[in-house]
Design a protein around this ligand. Structure first.
Ligand SMILES: [Zn+2]
Ligand SMILES: [Zn+2]
Ligand SMILES: [Zn+2]
Ligand SMILES: [Zn+2]
Length: 872
């Protein structure tokens, strides 16, 4: 079969005009010229018939007619919306040169199309497979059906064929980008020069020459020069090292390195670098320049050397070791497996740290974060040497992700000139790989993904499943030989999934295994058994994978961006990746967690938030927490995502937060009681164990009494006049018209939204918003979350127009509410205090002590420090 040059998905998904263009380009020159010279309508019949004859031989033409004329696969028939929408998204990405995302959308559209072809009988069989034991049957039927479809075969070809991959290296485009970089560099446009050199490195094949030098090495040296100009000396030095690792006798790289070391005050190293450069330099003028540089250093050096400040610049990860605390996995009837400690654990103890079994970067972070360690990419990005997709923060990460390649040919590794033994040692110390190669093979998660389309095209969870399977093959040999896929010993939620998701898992599994089969052959056999194991693996990943998050301290200015704006600092969590931690996933969820997870590089760390007594469950939050959402919202979100009904302390016992978070205020102005609507009352009544022991939330004596009282009211099932009813104050029993109050809330929300939507801030809109806040406060309970959100938004707005006192007041009002909802010690309060501090600093108010005392052991403290440094 004739293969198109660009392969991939444009065939199926491109817009008809593009497909026509492509057809046109295939027509032989002779025929084109024949057609263009047919001025006579009488000869038309001949050219038409020749063209038809030619087209009929083209598979591309057949597919196009199939796509255009087949009623069954029409985009306007089944799944019209999703397939068409996905296609348009793909086209937009393609236009913007974002191949990876274009590929993703095109593949999703193709999957939709595949789905629409599956016969009704098979779909219904799959949706009724509630039992994992019958999975192999449906999997094998679907595989059998797909194997007959040309659409499916073409899709796999496009996804798994290395030769037609979009991520192949390409010497021509690398050279083109290099020239662009050179031009920018000459014009002093460092930012763009950096960009083009990095793009050129992405495209450059490993072993091609460019004017007698290895192209990759040349590009690294060129980028080193830009980095040096930008004052990024450490990065510049790293790029020199990368060039020298490829080609030891590269005089210019040694020279660049010498310059970087000089600028950093590492004169001894600089002298060595320049001496090697002098020995390897061929031209007389070059030698003269280096000698000049050496003399200059002799003058500057003046006998003293500064300690090198380069070492381990990127290894800032602290070597935190968990204390010797014995954890045990226990099983309980209500919560299944969970973790406890055998001894009492004090607050803020590091309990556990763990490397992931498998991990993958989030799709939206592929270009901004290291694809291995998930740290943010700096200026000296290291692309994968064999494909143009993966990006890393360092050589180290790159090698861990792909494994150690065979060394470059030894010829370029010989320096070719006589050096003193000292210098020879120096050269070796600089150029020999410093990567610790233990465990490299196990971690080579990118190797099977390198240079094919499917890792960019398929959803991240599916690609992660691929990594798990490959790891399992490497550890245990053939995949699926026994009845266990990868013995991850994790729970799954296949039974609870809806039929749509079940079908999708079937399709994804078949596509993934087919792609892996292309690479691993009989080690990944394709049959009902192996596919059903993959389906279960995907559903294990659904339930057990953890989002790797980074705290990001970002300065957000308000909606208006006029000059001279002040900004508030916010600390937010960014999801950068997804991983399976085998032990980490044994910890159960609680909406009032007593342990906290965080990540440094790929490592998971777990610390206690409170002190936890021996044998008490250690529980973290999978997302929703008391104070963040109402009980109802928490439970439905958990049920949807993780398929369990939460019965944590927060969801089974009364707490202040759930009572007030979405309640109304008492109509009696002197009463601080809360009024609940019927929905909330019903929900709180369902809490099986209204009040039990001490509350984990740090609440005052008064509030504790209040909760106890509410609990006793809730428990009275009949008769009492004090019984909790929707619309009546929990404290004094006064009535509030909940429906009318809701109407007031809606009106107030409109006023706030006008502020959010307006591009020009007028005093009218601002005072409107302030009136809306008053309205909200007149009907909502003082601790209602909505009030906190509006206060926070007003704080940001006032900050953006420089009215700091107002900003501070609103920020403090918001924090006061959040402290009631979350408790004083909650990490969210720490984040809010950072924000408050960023407002108070320019006002000259001390704010840090409080924040710092609260969060001694958490990453928050780092950010508070960053903030201080920045503002000094
Ligand atoms: Zn990295
Ligand atoms: Zn690669
Ligand atoms: Zn809960
Ligand atoms: Zn009241």
């Amino acid at each position: 079969m004739q293969k198109s040059q660009q392969g991939c998905y444009n065939k199926v998904e491109e817009t008809p005009p593009a497909a026509m263009e492509k057809l046109k380009s295939r027509i032989p020159e002779s025929l084109t010229s024949q057609i263009s010279h047919t001025s006579n309508p009488n000869t038309l019949a001949i050219t038409c018939s020749s063209l038809l004859h030619f087209f009929n031989q083209l598979p591309r033409f057949h597919q196009m007619i199939e796509d255009l004329a087949n009623k069954e696969t029409s985009l306007f028939l089944k799944n019209k919306d999703s397939a068409l929408e996905l296609k348009i998204k793909g086209n937009n990405c393609f236009k913007n040169g974002d191949n990876a995302n274009a590929l993703h959308f095109y593949t999703q559209a193709a999957m939709e199309k595949l789905k629409s072809r599956i016969p009704e009988s098979l779909t219904s069989q799959i949706s009724h497979t509630s039992n994992p034991n019958t999975l192999p049957i449906t999997c094998s039927s679907l595989l059998h059906f797909f194997n007959q479809l040309p659409l499916f075969r073409q899709m796999i070809e496009d996804l798994a064929n290395k030769e037609t991959s979009l991520f192949l290296k390409n010497k021509d485009s690398a050279l083109e980008l290099k020239i662009k970089g050179n031009n920018c560099f000459k014009n002093g446009d460092n930012a763009n020069a950096l960009h083009f050199y990095t793009q050129a490195l992405r495209a450059a094949p490993r072993d091609v020459d460019d004017m007698g030098k290895n192209l990759v090495a040349t590009l690294y040296v060129n980028r080193a020069a830009v980095l040096q100009k930008m004052g990024l000396l450490v990065e510049s030095l790293q790029d020199c090292n990368r060039a020298l690792a490829i080609c030891r006798s590269y005089s210019k790289a040694w020279y660049r390195r010498g310059k970087a070391n000089t600028s950093m005050g590492n004169y001894d190293d600089a002298v060595c670098d320049l001496k090697v450069s002098l020995c390897t330099e061929q031209s007389v003028s070059g030698k003269r320049q280096i000698e000049g540089e050496l003399k200059l250093i002799a003058v500057q050096h003046n006998g003293k050397d500064f300690p090198p400040n380069v070492a381990n610049y990127k290894d800032s990860v602290t070597n935190d070791q968990p204390q010797q605390i014995q954890l045990q996995c226990v099983s309980s009837e209500t919560k299944g497996r969970g973790m406890v400690s055998l001894t009492d654990v004090p607050q803020a103890t590091l309990l556990h740290s763990e490397e992931p079994y498998a991990a993958i970067v989030s799709k939206h972070c592929r270009e901004t974060h290291c694809n291995f360690c998930f740290n943010e990419l700096l200026a000296d990005i290291v692309p994968c040497p064999s494909c143009s997709m993966a990006l890393y923060c360092s050589q180290d990460c790159q090698i861990h992700a792909r494994g150690l390649d065979l060394q470059h040919d030894t010829k370029s590794h010989e320096i070719g000139v006589e050096l003193s033994s000292d210098l020879e040692k120096y050269v070796a110390s600089v150029t020999e790989a410093t990567v610790n190669d233990a465990n490299i093979k196990q971690n080579a998660e990118h190797r099977h993904e390198c240079g094919v389309n499917w890792p960019a095209a398929l959803p991240a969870e599916v690609v992660l499943a691929g990594r798990v399977i490959v790891k399992s093959i490497e550890q245990h040999g053939k995949f699926g030989r026994s009845s266990t896929i990868v013995n991850l010993d994790l729970c799954h939620n296949y039974i609870q999934l809806n039929s749509e998701v079940k079908l999708e898992l079937h399709i994804s599994s078949i596509v993934l295994l087919k792609c892996l089969h292309n690479c691993y052959g009989s080690n990944v056999p394709l049959n009902g058994d192996t596919i059903s194991q993959c389906v279960l693996l995907l559903s294990q990943i659904n339930v057990n994978s953890m989002a790797i998050v980074r705290m990001r301290s970002s300065d957000t200015s308000g909606p208006r961006k006029s000059s001279g704006n002040l900004t508030t600092s916010t600390v937010e969590q960014v999801r950068v990746g997804q991983a399976i931690y085998l032990a980490g996933s044994m910890f159960n969820h609680s909406c009032q967690p007593n342990i906290h997870t965080y990540f440094l590089s790929r490592t998971l760390y777990i610390r206690t938030i409170d002190s936890v007594a021996a044998r008490n469950p250690l529980e973290l939050s999978y997302g929703p927490q008391v104070g963040q959402w109402s009980c109802n919202e928490r439970q439905s979100s958990l049920e949807e995502q993780y398929a369990f009904v939460c019965c944590c302390t927060g969801c089974s016992q009364l707490n202040i937060s759930d009572l007030v978070i979405s309640s109304f205020r008492c109509s009696n102005l002197n009463c601080s009681g809360a009024v609940l609507d019927s929905h909330l009352v019903n929900h709180e009544r369902r809490k099986v164990n209204p009040f039990h022991g001490s509350l984990p939330l740090q609440i005052g004596r008064l509030e504790l009494d209040e909760v106890k009282r509410v609990a006793s009211l809730l428990c009275e099932s009949t008769g009492s006049e004090n019984r909790i009813e929707p619309g009546f104050c929990l404290s004094c029993g006064a009535y509030r018209d909940v429906e009318a109050s809701n109407a007031v809330v809606k009106k107030a929300e409109l006023g706030v939204r006008r502020l959010e939507d307006s591009s020009q801030l007028s005093t009218n809109i601002l005072s409107d918003a302030l009136r809306s806040l008053d309205l909200l406060r007149s009907v909502l309970h003082p601790y209602n979350k909505k009030v906190a959100e509006v206060e926070d938004y007003l704080a940001q707005t006032f900050c953006s127009i420089g009215e700091l006192q107002q900003a501070r007041n609103h920020c403090q009002a918001s924090i006061k509410i959040l402290e009631k909802l979350y408790g004083h010690d909650h990490i969210v309060i720490g984040n809010e205090l950072v924000k408050l501090a960023s407002i108070q600093l320019p006002l000259g108010e001390p704010a840090f002590e409080k924040s710092r005392n609260l969060f001694k052991e958490t990453p928050i403290e780092l950010f508070i420090r960053t903030l201080e440094l920045k503002d000094q």
